[in-house]
Design a binder for this molecule. Structure first.
Ligand SMILES: Cc1ncc(COP(=O)(O)O)c(C=O)c1O
Length: 360
């Protein structure tokens, strides 16, 4: 067996230790005589798995009592619609546009009410998080929406907007659990699992109770109503059982390896190596402005599409995969989530230096 360095933006690498535990428990999990996939979600064994996953996540982040944790399906994409359906109760919300994922969220929100885009990075090609000084949020807005880490362009908020009493809602899909989170700053946080947390198919939502107490403008189908999921402990219907189990193993791994503070340090170290190389390179150019750089998704390019293609071809020899930029942006992207070891980043830099030397 030999594992490769997978720089995918998601689904992405998972910690080897987690995969080994999952493999060891595949045929007989917790003396049940079956795999988690074969277990009833109503069984005691499974209830213990989901309860432990939630308790570990609460401990890891420090989630206050007045927030519910939900494990849902439908990807982060379903949240683009569920958020306005559930929380746009006066028909108005403020959005900050930082790339493809906020544009999609804005499009869905417009189906339910007035969307005010209070700041946008679009004119500058989404190379940075827009300057929020002087931005006025509508005091009647039901919420302010941001995407914390922009997976495609590779930008990240270093400071969150001060929205006063208006709840701040953040898509944290590609930075969730990569650093400590001050949950109290937010009305809601959500993340698709397939980057830092687990397999695709699980979306984690952390929602403050006062938002859940709002009455939606229109009656909602059961699955699209957060309250129903909250009242049923994410078990209104069959949850993504195996995915939640893997997320639970990842939470344990994070707790065991020093929690989110330790993880942030490591992630900063990994990203600093790569950005430092890019800043000194005469061949590769980083895409995002220094002040807005993501620690998870590092975007860059060579002088031409042809050379980008040559770089990707050469990467195969070293068994590096998924270094191609998103189809909308082109260029190159190295996603270096929690499970990417620092050795992987160092090996990539070594290859980049070799490539640069060969193209002098
Ligand atoms: C920041 C962000 N939000 C939303 C999504 C959409 O996620 P999904 O494909 O799980 O619906 C992605 C996917 O990569 C993402 O990176």
């Amino acid at each position: 067996m030999s594992r490769i360095y997978n720089f995918s933006a998601g689904p992405a690498m998972l910690p080897e230790e987690v995969l080994k535990t999952a493999a060891a428990e595949m045929l007989d999990c917790h003396d049940s005589g079956m795999s988690v996939m074969e277990m009833s979600h109503r069984s005691k064994t499974y209830q213990a798995i989901i309860d432990e996953a939630e308790a570990d996540l609460r401990k890891l982040i420090g989630i206050p009592e007045n927030y519910k944790v939900l494990f849902l399906q439908g990807g982060a994409t379903l949240q683009f619609a569920m958020i306005p359906m559930n929380f746009m109760v006066h028909g108005k919300a403020d959005y900050i546009n930082t790339g493809v994922w906020t544009k999609k969220a804005i499009k869905d929100a417009k189906l339910y009410g007035e969307v005010n885009v209070v700041a946008s990075g679009e004119e500058g090609g989404f190379k940075k998080i827009p300057d929020l000084k002087g931005v006025k949020f509508d005091k009647d807005a039901d919420y302010v929406y941001i995407c914390d880490n922009n997976t495609i362009f590779g930008s990240k908020y270093k400071e969150y907007p001060d929205t006063g009493d208006i709840p701040l809602i953040a898509d944290m899909s590609s930075c969730f659990l990569s650093e400590p989170i001050n949950v109290k700053k937010f009305g809601m946080i959500y993340a698709g699992a397939q980057k830092n947390v687990g397999p695709a198919g699980v979306t984690i939502c952390i929602i403050r109770d006062d938002l859940l107490a709002r009455t939606p403008m229109h009656p909602l189908p059961a699955y699209l109503d957060y309250r129903i999921h909250a009242e049923n402990g994410s078990m209104y219907n069959t949850p993504p059982t195996y995915g939640i189990y893997i997320c639970g193993l990842v939470f344990k791994w994070l707790l065991k390896t020093g929690g989110l503070e330790a993880r942030e340090k490591l992630n900063e170290e990994k990203a600093a190596l790569l950005y430092d190389y890019l800043d000194h390179s005469k061949l590769f150019t980083p895409y995002v402005d220094k002040a807005s750089r993501s620690l998870m998704n590092v975007t860059f390019r060579t002088p031409s599409d042809e050379m980008d293609a040559e770089f990707l071809e050469g990467a195969k020899k070293y068994r590096f995969t998924n270094l191609k930029g998103h189809r909308l942006t082109g260029g190159l992207r190295a996603s270096i989530y929690n499970a990417m070891p620092i050795e992987g980043v160092k090996a990539l830099i070594k290859y980049m230096a070799e490539f640069e030397e060969a193209h002098k």
